[in-house]
Design a binder for this molecule. Structure first.
Ligand SMILES: [Zn+2]
Length: 915
């Protein structure tokens, strides 16, 4: 019967009688196996065959009972150890590599040997009676024996070239299981690999990796190791053998590390991928000196800045390697992290699985090394190998070895990393330096835990150019004092100065109340800037013009940490002209004070609050006092996308409140009514990729974006002219963009429906523009007679019904609109600028409208059409849109910027786009 039914890849055989302990049974099976032409660990191309997972395997019975899961993409088979005696019948010209040693017949290596020597190790398991199994003519048989393996993989190709060598270990360590002082190294590569695999390159790298791993775990437990060039990319290990897609040293290290961790120390990959993938990844980096601990050992001061040339060189960015692990921080803060111990197929998506069991588990092994120390960590690996080789291992086995090496319980450590999610974050709460009678300086640092994960935090004091590192010895303490002694007064004291730990928030690693350490930089246009240890505070001048206030000048400061949290903006400017007195429509007269010439705004997004241990992700709020209006808003955003990393729809919902109160009519923009408004609003939007999603390479450009928005508010009028009333607006749009195969031609179609009632001018739906609240932060557009509102500048903040020939303040009661455009890329700017294209095209807009506020349309069917050019793409780190449209045709020319006839030359500039 089939325990995984309807899946039929796992079968249960009922025995005629129960087996006792030490009993055995012989089962004969016939089966057919054929590798697929699409390589996935196995595969075939021409007469090259990679056989993996090609025969019925026996399920493992362990602490958890029968483990009979089917083979799934995430996770590998969990196999029972045994002896394999395999006779392969192959064509005469095939060259074969396999798990085990060839005891009879010729694997074909000597015939295709390019260099080195062939050491078959045929008698590794003692003399075997070489039974000459008969082979049909044109075929030959090769018989292999492998002991203490849980899988048998093999590969054959007539094109393989062979290089081999003997790795001879110096006599020394004895293990409780058999090892071979001479290990044969076999490399099989393909024609064309001579310069990359050949000339001893792959052979020597395999030997180097073996030597490094032996000093980590102990002597290798098999008589041979084979490294061959498979059809699939990447790499997979099998006992005594790795099938690799490249000869890179990192890959060889990783796969050979797996022959230890997963091959000899056989964990259930499906339940505990972290035990082999995390450890193999950590060891790979360790061998190459790339772990945080090894990098820190080479660095005594802050690492050098990233070297970037050209305009980008102005940006202050992370030092090399310092951005590592930030994807894990982002995953955690987004609330989508899953514990390392999650069963592989239960991860929400493949990339979360990968990120977690490789990167986060690698981080975990680094943390374990910090907790138990270098010597104990080495002792742990050796104990783990010595005790558990050729057995099934699980977290209990690994933890027992770590605890033996450490001499103390580590349940807390494995619990927090394996079964929980969370962040490492420690803060320096206080520091005090005193000179001791012996002349040295003692610095006492109070360290408190802020994050969920406990860690023995290093604390450093920099004196005379050298960091002296102490450690918060009790990793599980919430608060402790660390003392560091230096020969002179320290210039700097900070937690984890060499960035060895996963501490995500390094702003609180120094004692710098109240706002934490700050890096002030010029806000270079179009560049992203970030710092691992400090808040980046980017300063830029701002200037704009308004008719009442004249030239208005000031400065804007934007700050953030890791481009992710505490995104703040603060602006202050002063109007150089006194607007004097202005008489309103109702005949009342008012003057402005100096105070209302001060323009200012502040925004926060994803803020950290002192009482909370984590930033409030998805929350944003702002206050603005601009042009005689006070505006307050708060917005909560939810990311409802089904996937975090995988390609798929991006779905978001927001809910917000907004209040706007005009207080100085002399400044009031000419598209604002003097009413107080309070509003609730909500939007839902989705960006859906269209077309076939390739497994790799660029995602399809074709997209469908849909958006729905609703707002409902109440307005009160001081003058009582328009009366107090409620208002509402609804709109929905769908935008589809389809590209031709060469991606240089695009077709855009937009459908829009909008309706509003009772809205004041600043919130009213417009024929071709976004409303005055949507454009409120645009200083060059908002104020009366602003630079972009001059008669000579036909600027349109494209939006509303999208009738782009029409002036911005053409109000509508409702509209059903279709906007279409065909565009062709005429020129692509060099990539050093980002990716910026110059596009040209033609457009047409058609709408059925209901006019409003004096925007009367003689005929409700409104249309325009024309040609245009745009600059579209990215300039350095920012998306850029600049359009110049020539709407030569308009059904209602009276509502256009320049009037004239239906067919007339006119132009419109916009900084928005629908692509
Ligand atoms: Zn791996």
């Amino acid at each position: 019967d089939y325990p995984g039914a309807p899946d039929s890849t796992v079968v249960r055989l009922r025995l005629p009688r129960a087996l006792g302990s030490g009993d055995s049974i012989r089962i004969d099976m016939e089966w057919e196996a054929r590798p697929s032409t699409t390589p996935r660990r196995q595969g075939r191309r021409g007469r090259h065959y990679d056989f993996a997972h090609w025969y019925p395997r026996i399920a493992v019975y362990d602490r958890g009972g029968w483990q009979h899961n089917a083979l799934v993409p995430a996770g590998e088979f969990y196999g029972e150890f045994g002896t394999f005696d395999v006779t392969l019948v192959v064509r005469d010209d095939q060259v074969v590599g396999a798990t085990g040693v060839p005891v009879a017949g010729d694997p074909g290596w000597a015939r295709v040997r390019r260099s080195g020597s062939v050491i078959p190790q045929a008698s590794a398991y003692g003399a075997t009676r070489a039974d000459g199994a008969p082979a049909p003519s044109g075929y030959r048989t090769v018989r292999w024996i492998a002991r203490d393996v849980h899988h048998f993989a093999w590969s054959a190709s007539p094109d393989y070239l062979y290089e081999g060598a003997a790795y001879v270990r110096e006599a020394g360590e004895r293990l409780p299981f058999r090892t071979w002082d001479t290990v044969a190294v076999h490399v099989l590569y393909r024609p064309g690999d001579e310069a990359t695999w050949g000339n001893g390159i792959a052979v020597n790298r395999t030997i180097d990796a073996l030597r490094w791993l032996e000093q980590a775990f102990g002597p290798y437990a098999y008589p041979q190791v084979t490294n061959l060039h498979r059809l699939d990319g990447g790499g997979t290990e099998f006992p005594m053998m790795m099938m690799n897609g490249s000869p890179s040293y990192g890959l060889i290290l990783h796969e050979l590390a797996h022959i230890y961790a997963h091959g000899i120390l056989a964990n259930n990959e499906w339940r505990s991928g972290w035990m082999d993938e995390g450890l193999a990844s950590y060891l790979t980096n360790w061998a190459q000196g790339l772990t945080a601990q090894e990098r820190a050992a080479r660095v005594t001061l802050a690492p050098p800045r990233r070297v970037v040339t050209g305009y980008r060189g102005n940006a202050h960015t992370y030092a090399p390697g310092d951005a590592a692990g930030l994807n894990l921080v982002q995953l955690e803060l987004s609330g989508r992290a899953e514990p390392i111990g999650t069963i592989s197929h239960e991860f929400a998506e493949f990339t979360v699985y990968n990120t977690t069991i490789y990167s986060r588990a690698e981080q975990m092994f680094g943390a374990l090394r910090d907790v138990i120390g270098d010597d104990a960590f080495r002792a742990f690996l050796r104990d783990y190998y010595r005790r558990w080789a050729f057995r099934h291992v699980d977290e209990v086995a690994m933890r027992a070895s770590a605890e033996r090496a450490h001499g103390r319980p580590l349940g807390w450590f494995f619990d927090q990393w394996i079964r929980g999610t969370g962040l490492v974050d420690y803060a320096m709460e206080g520091r005090q330096t005193v000179q001791r009678p012996d002349g040295n300086f003692a610095t006492r640092v109070t360290v408190t835990r802020q994050g969920e994960l406990a860690h023995p935090m290093p604390v450093g004091a920099l004196a005379d150019g050298v960091w002296t590192i102490g450690r918060a010895a009790n990793p599980t303490a919430e608060r402790q004092v660390v003392e560091i002694v230096t020969p002179s007064r320290p210039e700097e004291v900070r937690l984890d100065p060499l960035h060895v730990t996963a501490d995500w928030d390094r702003r609180n690693d120094v004692f710098a109340p109240p706002f934490g350490p700050v890096k002030v930089v010029p806000d270079w246009p179009f560049l992203d800037q970030a710092d691992r240890e400090r808040t980046v505070l980017a300063v830029a001048p701002v200037a704009w013009y308004s008719a009442p206030g004249g030239a208005t000048i000031g400065a804007r400061v934007r700050s953030h940490y890791l481009n992710l949290v505490d995104r703040h903006e603060l602006g202050l400017a002063f109007a150089t002209r006194d607007p004097g007195r202005r008489i309103a429509g109702d005949g009342r007269e008012s003057g402005s004070t100096a105070v209302s010439r001060i323009q200012g705004w502040a925004r926060v997004e994803n803020p950290t609050l002192p009482v909370l241990s984590r930033p409030l992700m998805g929350h944003a709020a702002g206050v603005a006092v601009l042009d005689g209006i006070t505006m307050l808003d708060y917005r909560r955003t939810w990311d409802l996308s089904p996937f975090t990393f995988a390609r798929g729809p991006r779905i978001a919902a927001t809910a917000g409140v907004l209040a706007a109160v005009p207080f100085d009519r002399n400044f009031l923009p000419d598209n604002w009514k003097e009413v107080e408004m309070t509003e609730l609003n909500a939007t839902a939007s989705a960006r859906i990729p269209l077309g076939r999603m390739p497994a790799s390479g660029p995602a399809p450009l074709d997209t469908l974006r849909v958006r729905a928005a609703a707002m409902a508010g109440y307005l009160t009028s001081e003058s009582g002219v328009s009366g107090d009333r409620g208002y509402g607006r609804l709109e929905a749009e769908a935008i589809g963009v389809k590209y031709a195969a060469d991606t240089a031609t695009a077709l855009m179609l937009r459908a829009f429906a909008g309706w509003n009632a009772g809205t004041p001018e600043q919130r009213t739906l417009r024929a071709g523009a976004r409303d005055a609240i949507e454009t409120f932060s645009q200083h060059w557009y908002r104020p009366s007679d602003a630079i972009l509102r001059q008669d000579a500048v036909n600027y349109l903040p494209l939006g509303g019904a999208g009738l782009r020939a029409h002036a911005p303040d053409v109000f509508l009661a409702g509209a059903l609109a279709v906007n279409g455009e065909v565009a062709r890329r005429l020129y692509q700017l060099p990539d050093s600028w980002g990716r910026l294209g110059v596009w040209g095209g033609a457009f047409a807009d058609v709408a059925l409208v209901g006019g409003r506020h004096g925007s009367s349309f003689a005929n409700p069917l409104v249309a325009d059409a024309g040609v245009g050019a745009s600059l579209r793409g990215r300039l350095f780190d920012r998306a850029v849109r600049l359009r110049v449209d020539l709407p030569v045709f308009a059904t209602h020319p009276g509502q256009t910027f320049d009037g004239g006839a239906s067919l007339a030359p006119r132009y419109v500039i916009t900084l928005e786009d629908w692509y």
